[in-house]
Design a protein. Structure first.
Length: 537
Protein backbone atom coordinates (compact mmCIF):
# COMPACT_ATOMS: atom_id res chain seq x y z
CA UNK A 1 0.00 0.00 0.00
CA UNK A 2 1.31 3.45 -0.92
CA UNK A 3 0.44 6.17 1.57
CA UNK A 4 -0.37 9.65 0.25
CA UNK A 5 1.47 12.71 1.41
CA UNK A 6 -0.30 15.55 3.26
CA UNK A 7 -0.95 17.36 0.02
CA UNK A 8 -2.65 14.29 -1.44
CA UNK A 9 -4.71 13.08 1.49
CA UNK A 10 -7.38 10.67 0.38
CA UNK A 11 -5.98 10.43 -3.15
CA UNK A 12 -5.07 7.22 -4.92
CA UNK A 13 -1.85 6.17 -6.57
CA UNK A 14 0.25 8.61 -4.57
CA UNK A 15 3.98 8.77 -5.16
CA UNK A 16 4.65 10.02 -1.66
CA UNK A 17 6.33 13.19 -2.97
CA UNK A 18 5.79 16.54 -1.24
CA UNK A 19 3.89 19.41 -2.72
CA UNK A 20 6.20 21.67 -4.70
CA UNK A 21 4.73 24.76 -3.08
CA UNK A 22 5.28 23.72 0.56
CA UNK A 23 8.32 21.49 1.04
CA UNK A 24 9.23 20.41 4.54
CA UNK A 25 12.52 21.37 6.14
CA UNK A 26 13.58 17.76 6.12
CA UNK A 27 16.45 16.47 8.30
CA UNK A 28 18.45 13.51 7.04
CA UNK A 29 20.05 11.13 9.57
CA UNK A 30 22.28 8.36 8.24
CA UNK A 31 23.26 5.31 10.30
CA UNK A 32 26.21 3.36 8.95
CA UNK A 33 29.90 2.68 9.37
CA UNK A 34 31.51 -0.45 10.65
CA UNK A 35 30.74 -4.09 10.14
CA UNK A 36 27.43 -5.88 10.09
CA UNK A 37 25.73 -7.01 13.29
CA UNK A 38 26.83 -4.11 15.50
CA UNK A 39 23.34 -2.67 16.01
CA UNK A 40 22.74 -0.19 13.19
CA UNK A 41 19.19 -1.47 12.72
CA UNK A 42 18.55 -1.21 16.46
CA UNK A 43 19.65 2.44 16.45
CA UNK A 44 17.74 3.27 13.26
CA UNK A 45 14.44 1.77 14.43
CA UNK A 46 14.45 3.24 17.93
CA UNK A 47 15.71 6.64 16.82
CA UNK A 48 12.84 6.74 14.33
CA UNK A 49 10.37 5.73 17.04
CA UNK A 50 11.66 8.43 19.39
CA UNK A 51 11.31 11.15 16.74
CA UNK A 52 7.81 9.98 15.84
CA UNK A 53 6.81 10.05 19.50
CA UNK A 54 7.77 13.72 19.49
CA UNK A 55 5.00 14.26 16.95
CA UNK A 56 7.25 14.44 13.90
CA UNK A 57 6.62 12.86 10.50
CA UNK A 58 9.35 10.25 10.13
CA UNK A 59 10.35 7.88 7.33
CA UNK A 60 12.75 5.05 8.21
CA UNK A 61 14.61 3.93 5.09
CA UNK A 62 16.14 0.45 4.86
CA UNK A 63 19.05 0.84 2.44
CA UNK A 64 21.09 -2.13 3.64
CA UNK A 65 22.54 -3.60 0.45
CA UNK A 66 23.22 -6.90 2.21
CA UNK A 67 19.51 -7.43 2.80
CA UNK A 68 16.77 -5.14 4.10
CA UNK A 69 15.26 -6.37 7.36
CA UNK A 70 13.92 -3.34 9.26
CA UNK A 71 10.41 -4.58 8.55
CA UNK A 72 11.01 -7.54 10.88
CA UNK A 73 11.84 -5.22 13.78
CA UNK A 74 8.49 -3.47 13.24
CA UNK A 75 6.60 -6.78 13.02
CA UNK A 76 5.71 -6.20 9.35
CA UNK A 77 5.68 -8.56 6.41
CA UNK A 78 8.49 -8.06 3.91
CA UNK A 79 7.42 -5.49 1.32
CA UNK A 80 7.96 -6.23 -2.34
CA UNK A 81 11.17 -4.67 -3.73
CA UNK A 82 10.37 -1.73 -5.99
CA UNK A 83 10.81 -2.09 -9.70
CA UNK A 84 13.16 0.15 -11.65
CA UNK A 85 10.17 1.91 -13.17
CA UNK A 86 8.81 2.62 -9.68
CA UNK A 87 12.14 4.04 -8.59
CA UNK A 88 12.32 6.26 -11.65
CA UNK A 89 8.78 7.50 -11.04
CA UNK A 90 9.27 7.85 -7.26
CA UNK A 91 6.23 5.63 -6.66
CA UNK A 92 7.73 3.44 -3.97
CA UNK A 93 5.90 1.81 -1.11
CA UNK A 94 5.93 3.63 2.21
CA UNK A 95 4.48 1.19 4.72
CA UNK A 96 2.66 2.49 7.76
CA UNK A 97 3.94 1.13 11.08
CA UNK A 98 2.17 0.74 14.40
CA UNK A 99 3.82 3.97 15.58
CA UNK A 100 1.76 7.03 14.57
CA UNK A 101 3.69 9.30 12.24
CA UNK A 102 6.31 6.67 11.37
CA UNK A 103 6.48 5.04 7.95
CA UNK A 104 8.92 2.51 6.57
CA UNK A 105 10.45 2.64 3.14
CA UNK A 106 11.82 -0.87 2.97
CA UNK A 107 13.50 -3.32 0.61
CA UNK A 108 15.27 -0.81 -1.60
CA UNK A 109 17.70 -3.64 -2.24
CA UNK A 110 17.15 -7.33 -2.74
CA UNK A 111 19.90 -9.45 -1.22
CA UNK A 112 19.09 -12.25 -3.62
CA UNK A 113 20.12 -10.09 -6.60
CA UNK A 114 22.60 -7.52 -5.28
CA UNK A 115 24.32 -6.92 -8.60
CA UNK A 116 21.08 -5.76 -10.19
CA UNK A 117 20.13 -3.71 -7.17
CA UNK A 118 23.41 -1.85 -7.13
CA UNK A 119 23.52 -0.75 -10.76
CA UNK A 120 24.63 2.90 -11.01
CA UNK A 121 21.38 3.98 -12.62
CA UNK A 122 19.27 2.46 -9.90
CA UNK A 123 21.44 3.97 -7.17
CA UNK A 124 20.94 7.45 -8.59
CA UNK A 125 17.19 6.95 -8.80
CA UNK A 126 16.71 5.98 -5.17
CA UNK A 127 19.23 8.59 -4.00
CA UNK A 128 17.12 11.24 -5.70
CA UNK A 129 14.07 9.68 -4.08
CA UNK A 130 15.52 10.29 -0.61
CA UNK A 131 15.76 13.98 -1.41
CA UNK A 132 12.06 14.10 -2.31
CA UNK A 133 10.58 12.26 0.65
CA UNK A 134 7.93 14.28 2.45
CA UNK A 135 8.86 14.04 6.14
CA UNK A 136 10.34 15.98 9.01
CA UNK A 137 13.01 13.33 9.50
CA UNK A 138 14.41 10.70 7.17
CA UNK A 139 16.45 8.07 9.00
CA UNK A 140 18.48 5.84 6.67
CA UNK A 141 20.00 2.50 7.66
CA UNK A 142 22.98 2.09 5.30
CA UNK A 143 24.06 -1.23 6.72
CA UNK A 144 27.74 -2.05 6.48
CA UNK A 145 28.09 -0.69 2.94
CA UNK A 146 31.13 1.44 2.10
CA UNK A 147 30.30 1.85 -1.58
CA UNK A 148 30.37 5.37 -3.06
CA UNK A 149 26.58 5.75 -2.87
CA UNK A 150 26.56 4.90 0.85
CA UNK A 151 29.44 7.25 1.60
CA UNK A 152 27.72 10.05 -0.34
CA UNK A 153 24.48 9.63 1.60
CA UNK A 154 26.32 9.51 4.92
CA UNK A 155 28.38 12.59 4.09
CA UNK A 156 25.31 14.55 2.93
CA UNK A 157 23.33 13.76 6.09
CA UNK A 158 22.64 16.38 8.73
CA UNK A 159 23.88 13.82 11.27
CA UNK A 160 25.89 10.72 10.38
CA UNK A 161 26.03 8.01 13.05
CA UNK A 162 28.69 5.30 13.15
CA UNK A 163 27.79 2.30 15.30
CA UNK A 164 30.50 0.06 16.75
CA UNK A 165 30.83 -2.64 19.40
CA UNK A 166 33.74 -3.34 21.80
CA UNK A 167 35.34 -5.88 19.45
CA UNK A 168 38.51 -5.55 17.35
CA UNK A 169 36.75 -6.19 13.99
CA UNK A 170 34.12 -3.53 14.72
CA UNK A 171 36.70 -0.99 15.89
CA UNK A 172 38.83 -1.58 12.81
CA UNK A 173 35.81 -1.30 10.52
CA UNK A 174 34.86 2.04 12.08
CA UNK A 175 38.31 3.51 11.46
CA UNK A 176 38.24 2.10 7.93
CA UNK A 177 34.89 3.77 7.33
CA UNK A 178 36.30 7.13 8.50
CA UNK A 179 39.23 6.78 6.10
CA UNK A 180 36.94 5.75 3.27
CA UNK A 181 34.68 8.74 3.94
CA UNK A 182 37.58 11.15 3.55
CA UNK A 183 38.86 9.33 0.45
CA UNK A 184 35.40 9.67 -1.08
CA UNK A 185 35.44 13.41 -0.36
CA UNK A 186 38.66 13.70 -2.31
CA UNK A 187 37.21 11.71 -5.20
CA UNK A 188 34.27 14.07 -5.43
CA UNK A 189 36.60 17.04 -5.19
CA UNK A 190 38.39 16.10 -8.44
CA UNK A 191 35.38 14.60 -10.21
CA UNK A 192 35.71 17.08 -13.10
CA UNK A 193 39.50 17.41 -13.12
CA UNK A 194 41.12 14.63 -15.14
CA UNK A 195 44.71 15.60 -14.35
CA UNK A 196 44.08 15.64 -10.61
CA UNK A 197 42.10 12.40 -10.91
CA UNK A 198 45.22 10.74 -12.28
CA UNK A 199 47.31 12.18 -9.45
CA UNK A 200 44.82 10.85 -6.91
CA UNK A 201 44.72 7.45 -8.62
CA UNK A 202 48.51 7.27 -8.46
CA UNK A 203 48.54 8.00 -4.74
CA UNK A 204 45.81 5.48 -4.01
CA UNK A 205 47.69 2.88 -6.04
CA UNK A 206 50.75 3.45 -3.85
CA UNK A 207 49.02 3.69 -0.45
CA UNK A 208 45.91 1.58 -0.91
CA UNK A 209 42.24 2.44 -1.39
CA UNK A 210 41.67 4.15 1.99
CA UNK A 211 44.93 5.24 3.64
CA UNK A 212 45.19 7.36 6.77
CA UNK A 213 44.43 11.01 5.85
CA UNK A 214 47.80 12.42 7.04
CA UNK A 215 49.71 9.91 4.89
CA UNK A 216 47.41 10.63 1.96
CA UNK A 217 47.86 14.40 2.24
CA UNK A 218 51.63 14.05 2.62
CA UNK A 219 51.82 11.96 -0.58
CA UNK A 220 49.59 14.42 -2.43
CA UNK A 221 51.75 17.32 -1.26
CA UNK A 222 54.72 15.90 -3.14
CA UNK A 223 52.77 15.71 -6.41
CA UNK A 224 50.14 18.44 -6.31
CA UNK A 225 50.35 21.12 -3.62
CA UNK A 226 47.01 22.83 -4.35
CA UNK A 227 45.17 19.50 -4.28
CA UNK A 228 46.84 18.62 -0.97
CA UNK A 229 45.75 21.96 0.52
CA UNK A 230 42.22 21.43 -0.76
CA UNK A 231 42.29 17.96 0.80
CA UNK A 232 43.41 19.42 4.13
CA UNK A 233 40.47 21.83 3.92
CA UNK A 234 38.08 18.92 3.31
CA UNK A 235 39.53 16.95 6.21
CA UNK A 236 38.65 19.81 8.55
CA UNK A 237 35.02 19.51 7.44
CA UNK A 238 34.76 15.72 7.56
CA UNK A 239 33.28 14.10 10.63
CA UNK A 240 30.84 11.62 12.13
CA UNK A 241 29.22 10.74 15.44
CA UNK A 242 30.01 7.51 17.27
CA UNK A 243 27.69 5.18 19.19
CA UNK A 244 29.14 2.17 21.02
CA UNK A 245 26.69 -0.72 21.39
CA UNK A 246 26.76 -3.88 23.51
CA UNK A 247 28.92 -2.50 26.31
CA UNK A 248 29.37 -4.83 29.28
CA UNK A 249 32.13 -3.42 31.50
CA UNK A 250 33.52 0.02 32.40
CA UNK A 251 36.30 -0.21 29.81
CA UNK A 252 33.69 -0.79 27.08
CA UNK A 253 31.93 2.45 28.01
CA UNK A 254 35.30 4.25 27.83
CA UNK A 255 35.92 2.97 24.30
CA UNK A 256 34.03 5.81 22.60
CA UNK A 257 36.07 8.70 24.05
CA UNK A 258 39.28 6.75 23.39
CA UNK A 259 38.38 6.19 19.73
CA UNK A 260 37.48 9.86 19.40
CA UNK A 261 40.91 10.86 20.72
CA UNK A 262 42.82 8.45 18.47
CA UNK A 263 40.84 9.38 15.35
CA UNK A 264 41.64 13.06 15.91
CA UNK A 265 45.30 12.42 16.77
CA UNK A 266 46.27 9.98 14.02
CA UNK A 267 43.70 10.68 11.30
CA UNK A 268 42.75 14.32 11.88
CA UNK A 269 39.14 13.05 11.67
CA UNK A 270 36.39 14.44 13.91
CA UNK A 271 34.73 11.31 15.34
CA UNK A 272 32.53 12.65 18.13
CA UNK A 273 31.32 10.15 20.71
CA UNK A 274 27.69 10.72 21.74
CA UNK A 275 26.78 7.68 23.82
CA UNK A 276 26.73 3.96 24.41
CA UNK A 277 24.11 1.22 24.82
CA UNK A 278 24.68 -1.49 27.39
CA UNK A 279 24.25 -5.19 26.68
CA UNK A 280 20.70 -5.99 27.71
CA UNK A 281 18.56 -9.11 27.30
CA UNK A 282 15.61 -6.78 26.77
CA UNK A 283 17.01 -5.95 23.32
CA UNK A 284 17.11 -9.63 22.36
CA UNK A 285 13.60 -10.20 23.67
CA UNK A 286 12.12 -7.27 21.74
CA UNK A 287 13.73 -8.51 18.53
CA UNK A 288 12.15 -11.91 19.12
CA UNK A 289 8.80 -10.20 19.68
CA UNK A 290 9.33 -8.08 16.53
CA UNK A 291 8.66 -4.83 18.35
CA UNK A 292 10.86 -1.72 18.75
CA UNK A 293 12.66 -1.55 22.10
CA UNK A 294 11.20 1.88 22.99
CA UNK A 295 7.70 0.43 22.49
CA UNK A 296 8.11 -3.03 24.00
CA UNK A 297 10.45 -2.26 26.93
CA UNK A 298 10.66 1.52 27.38
CA UNK A 299 11.85 1.34 31.00
CA UNK A 300 14.82 -0.96 30.35
CA UNK A 301 18.30 0.43 30.82
CA UNK A 302 19.17 0.00 27.15
CA UNK A 303 16.01 1.90 26.16
CA UNK A 304 16.93 4.81 28.44
CA UNK A 305 20.43 4.93 26.97
CA UNK A 306 19.00 4.91 23.44
CA UNK A 307 16.66 7.74 24.40
CA UNK A 308 19.65 9.74 25.65
CA UNK A 309 21.40 9.25 22.32
CA UNK A 310 18.20 10.18 20.46
CA UNK A 311 17.90 13.41 22.46
CA UNK A 312 21.45 14.33 21.52
CA UNK A 313 20.80 13.60 17.86
CA UNK A 314 17.64 15.71 17.97
CA UNK A 315 19.60 18.58 19.50
CA UNK A 316 22.25 18.26 16.79
CA UNK A 317 19.70 18.44 13.99
CA UNK A 318 18.04 21.43 15.61
CA UNK A 319 21.33 23.27 16.00
CA UNK A 320 22.59 22.74 12.47
CA UNK A 321 21.43 24.98 9.61
CA UNK A 322 19.89 23.59 6.45
CA UNK A 323 23.16 23.93 4.55
CA UNK A 324 26.23 22.00 5.59
CA UNK A 325 28.59 24.14 7.67
CA UNK A 326 31.57 25.78 6.09
CA UNK A 327 35.07 24.75 7.04
CA UNK A 328 36.65 26.52 10.01
CA UNK A 329 38.04 29.97 9.19
CA UNK A 330 41.65 30.47 8.23
CA UNK A 331 43.94 28.59 5.87
CA UNK A 332 44.31 24.83 6.31
CA UNK A 333 47.51 23.53 7.89
CA UNK A 334 50.36 22.58 5.55
CA UNK A 335 49.56 19.08 4.25
CA UNK A 336 51.77 16.35 5.58
CA UNK A 337 53.54 18.64 8.06
CA UNK A 338 53.30 17.13 11.55
CA UNK A 339 51.71 19.33 14.19
CA UNK A 340 53.94 20.19 17.14
CA UNK A 341 53.14 17.52 19.71
CA UNK A 342 54.17 18.55 23.22
CA UNK A 343 54.36 16.63 26.47
CA UNK A 344 51.14 18.36 27.51
CA UNK A 345 49.46 17.07 24.34
CA UNK A 346 50.69 13.56 25.10
CA UNK A 347 48.85 13.58 28.42
CA UNK A 348 45.93 15.63 27.15
CA UNK A 349 46.30 18.34 29.82
CA UNK A 350 46.62 22.12 29.74
CA UNK A 351 49.91 23.86 30.46
CA UNK A 352 48.62 25.00 33.82
CA UNK A 353 47.63 21.47 34.92
CA UNK A 354 48.25 20.59 38.55
CA UNK A 355 50.34 17.62 39.65
CA UNK A 356 47.20 15.66 40.46
CA UNK A 357 45.76 16.33 37.01
CA UNK A 358 49.03 15.16 35.44
CA UNK A 359 48.96 11.92 37.46
CA UNK A 360 45.34 11.15 36.54
CA UNK A 361 45.97 11.89 32.86
CA UNK A 362 49.08 9.70 32.86
CA UNK A 363 47.16 6.74 34.26
CA UNK A 364 44.37 7.22 31.72
CA UNK A 365 46.70 7.54 28.75
CA UNK A 366 48.82 4.54 29.78
CA UNK A 367 45.68 2.40 29.59
CA UNK A 368 44.87 3.81 26.15
CA UNK A 369 48.31 2.90 24.76
CA UNK A 370 48.77 -0.36 26.65
CA UNK A 371 49.59 -3.58 24.72
CA UNK A 372 46.41 -5.00 23.26
CA UNK A 373 44.52 -1.70 23.56
CA UNK A 374 41.12 -2.15 21.92
CA UNK A 375 40.74 1.49 20.86
CA UNK A 376 44.17 1.48 19.20
CA UNK A 377 43.48 -1.69 17.23
CA UNK A 378 44.49 -1.27 13.55
CA UNK A 379 45.72 2.28 14.25
CA UNK A 380 49.03 1.55 16.02
CA UNK A 381 51.23 -1.54 15.97
CA UNK A 382 53.19 -2.75 19.00
CA UNK A 383 56.24 -0.64 18.15
CA UNK A 384 54.14 2.53 17.84
CA UNK A 385 52.35 1.74 21.11
CA UNK A 386 55.72 1.39 22.81
CA UNK A 387 56.85 4.74 21.43
CA UNK A 388 53.69 6.40 22.76
CA UNK A 389 54.20 4.88 26.20
CA UNK A 390 57.79 6.15 26.24
CA UNK A 391 56.46 9.62 25.42
CA UNK A 392 53.98 9.35 28.29
CA UNK A 393 56.72 8.33 30.72
CA UNK A 394 58.78 11.32 29.63
CA UNK A 395 55.80 13.63 30.07
CA UNK A 396 55.03 12.22 33.51
CA UNK A 397 58.59 12.55 34.80
CA UNK A 398 59.14 16.00 33.31
CA UNK A 399 55.89 17.69 34.28
CA UNK A 400 55.96 16.44 37.87
CA UNK A 401 59.46 17.81 38.43
CA UNK A 402 59.23 21.62 38.87
CA UNK A 403 62.77 22.21 37.65
CA UNK A 404 62.45 20.01 34.57
CA UNK A 405 58.99 21.35 33.82
CA UNK A 406 60.18 24.96 33.91
CA UNK A 407 63.17 24.14 31.72
CA UNK A 408 60.92 22.30 29.27
CA UNK A 409 58.46 25.20 29.14
CA UNK A 410 61.31 27.61 28.55
CA UNK A 411 62.58 25.60 25.57
CA UNK A 412 59.17 24.67 24.12
CA UNK A 413 57.25 27.93 24.59
CA UNK A 414 59.96 30.62 24.48
CA UNK A 415 57.65 33.39 23.33
CA UNK A 416 55.10 32.74 26.04
CA UNK A 417 57.67 32.32 28.79
CA UNK A 418 59.63 35.39 27.75
CA UNK A 419 56.60 37.39 28.79
CA UNK A 420 56.19 35.13 31.85
CA UNK A 421 52.47 35.73 32.13
CA UNK A 422 51.36 34.20 35.43
CA UNK A 423 48.64 31.55 35.36
CA UNK A 424 46.28 33.71 37.38
CA UNK A 425 46.32 36.73 35.08
CA UNK A 426 48.95 38.98 36.71
CA UNK A 427 50.38 41.43 34.16
CA UNK A 428 54.20 41.34 33.89
CA UNK A 429 56.66 43.99 32.87
CA UNK A 430 58.12 43.99 29.40
CA UNK A 431 60.71 41.18 29.02
CA UNK A 432 64.38 41.92 28.50
CA UNK A 433 67.50 39.96 27.63
CA UNK A 434 68.68 40.28 31.23
CA UNK A 435 65.36 38.93 32.47
CA UNK A 436 65.54 35.95 30.11
CA UNK A 437 69.02 35.10 31.39
CA UNK A 438 67.78 35.38 34.97
CA UNK A 439 64.88 33.04 34.18
CA UNK A 440 67.25 30.45 32.74
CA UNK A 441 69.52 30.74 35.76
CA UNK A 442 66.65 30.32 38.21
CA UNK A 443 65.23 27.39 36.24
CA UNK A 444 68.52 25.54 36.83
CA UNK A 445 68.26 26.22 40.56
CA UNK A 446 64.76 24.76 40.94
CA UNK A 447 64.69 21.03 41.62
CA UNK A 448 63.13 18.56 44.01
CA UNK A 449 65.44 19.56 46.89
CA UNK A 450 65.20 23.33 46.42
CA UNK A 451 64.53 25.31 49.60
CA UNK A 452 62.38 28.35 48.90
CA UNK A 453 63.49 31.26 51.05
CA UNK A 454 61.96 34.70 50.98
CA UNK A 455 64.89 36.07 48.99
CA UNK A 456 64.60 33.27 46.41
CA UNK A 457 60.88 33.89 46.01
CA UNK A 458 61.64 37.56 45.34
CA UNK A 459 64.21 36.62 42.68
CA UNK A 460 61.68 34.34 40.97
CA UNK A 461 59.03 37.07 41.00
CA UNK A 462 61.39 39.67 39.60
CA UNK A 463 62.64 37.28 36.91
CA UNK A 464 59.04 36.96 35.72
CA UNK A 465 58.51 40.73 35.71
CA UNK A 466 55.70 40.52 38.27
CA UNK A 467 55.11 43.49 40.54
CA UNK A 468 54.29 42.84 44.19
CA UNK A 469 51.32 45.19 43.90
CA UNK A 470 49.91 43.03 41.08
CA UNK A 471 50.21 39.93 43.28
CA UNK A 472 48.41 41.74 46.09
CA UNK A 473 45.63 42.86 43.76
CA UNK A 474 45.07 39.36 42.43
CA UNK A 475 45.39 37.35 45.63
CA UNK A 476 43.87 39.95 48.01
CA UNK A 477 46.92 39.49 50.28
CA UNK A 478 48.11 42.77 51.76
CA UNK A 479 51.36 44.28 50.53
CA UNK A 480 52.67 44.28 54.10
CA UNK A 481 52.25 40.52 54.39
CA UNK A 482 53.79 39.90 50.96
CA UNK A 483 56.80 42.01 51.86
CA UNK A 484 57.10 40.17 55.18
CA UNK A 485 57.17 36.87 53.30
CA UNK A 486 59.95 37.99 50.96
CA UNK A 487 61.97 39.69 53.74
CA UNK A 488 61.29 36.81 56.15
CA UNK A 489 59.96 39.15 58.81
CA UNK A 490 58.16 36.25 60.43
CA UNK A 491 57.02 38.36 63.38
CA UNK A 492 54.91 40.49 61.02
CA UNK A 493 53.08 37.50 59.59
CA UNK A 494 49.81 36.14 60.99
CA UNK A 495 49.36 32.69 62.53
CA UNK A 496 51.00 29.78 60.77
CA UNK A 497 47.74 28.49 59.29
CA UNK A 498 47.13 31.84 57.56
CA UNK A 499 50.76 32.25 56.52
CA UNK A 500 50.60 28.83 54.84
CA UNK A 501 47.68 29.99 52.70
CA UNK A 502 49.54 33.18 51.72
CA UNK A 503 52.65 31.23 50.70
CA UNK A 504 50.67 28.74 48.62
CA UNK A 505 48.85 31.52 46.77
CA UNK A 506 52.15 33.23 46.00
CA UNK A 507 53.57 29.93 44.73
CA UNK A 508 50.64 29.50 42.34
CA UNK A 509 51.13 33.00 40.96
CA UNK A 510 54.81 32.22 40.31
CA UNK A 511 53.99 28.83 38.73
CA UNK A 512 55.80 26.89 41.43
CA UNK A 513 54.85 23.69 43.22
CA UNK A 514 52.72 24.96 46.14
CA UNK A 515 53.42 21.86 48.24
CA UNK A 516 57.20 22.20 47.96
CA UNK A 517 57.16 25.96 48.59
CA UNK A 518 54.82 25.51 51.55
CA UNK A 519 56.95 22.77 53.08
CA UNK A 520 60.34 24.47 52.78
CA UNK A 521 59.29 28.05 53.54
CA UNK A 522 57.25 27.14 56.62
CA UNK A 523 60.13 25.09 57.94
CA UNK A 524 62.22 28.29 57.84
CA UNK A 525 59.34 30.22 59.38
CA UNK A 526 59.05 27.83 62.35
CA UNK A 527 62.76 28.13 63.07
CA UNK A 528 62.56 31.91 62.79
CA UNK A 529 59.62 32.13 65.18
CA UNK A 530 61.33 29.85 67.67
CA UNK A 531 64.40 32.13 67.57
CA UNK A 532 62.09 35.02 68.45
CA UNK A 533 60.78 33.09 71.43
CA UNK A 534 57.29 32.71 69.92
CA UNK A 535 55.32 29.52 70.39
CA UNK A 536 54.69 27.62 67.14
CA UNK A 537 51.62 25.39 66.99
Amino acid sequence: MTFPGPDQAGGAGSTGLPAASAPRKRKLIAVGGGRGGVGKSLVTVNLSVYLAQLGRAVVAVDADAAGANLHALFGLARPRPPTRQALEAGAVERVETAVPGLELLSALFDAAAPSAALRPGRRSHWSQLLGRLDADYVVVDLGSAQAPWALDVFDAADVGLCVATPEPPAVEATYRFARALFARRLRRLVAKERVQQRVLDRVFAELGPAPAPPALLAALGKLDGPLAHAGAYELRRAGAYLVVNETRVRSDADLGPAMQQLAERFFGFDLQYIGHVEHDDAVWLTVRRRRPLLIDSPTSKSARLLERIARRVTALTAARPDARPAAPPGPPPPPGEPRRYTLYDALGVARGASDEEVRRAYKRQRELYSPGSLAAWSVLDEAALGAERAKLDEAHDTLLDPNRRRAYDLSTFPDALAQATPARGVKPREPSAEMALLQAEIAREIHAATEFSGAFLRRIRESQGVELADVAARTKISLAHLRAIEEENFGDLPALVYARGFVRELAKILKLDPAQVDRTYLRRMRKGLESLGRRVE
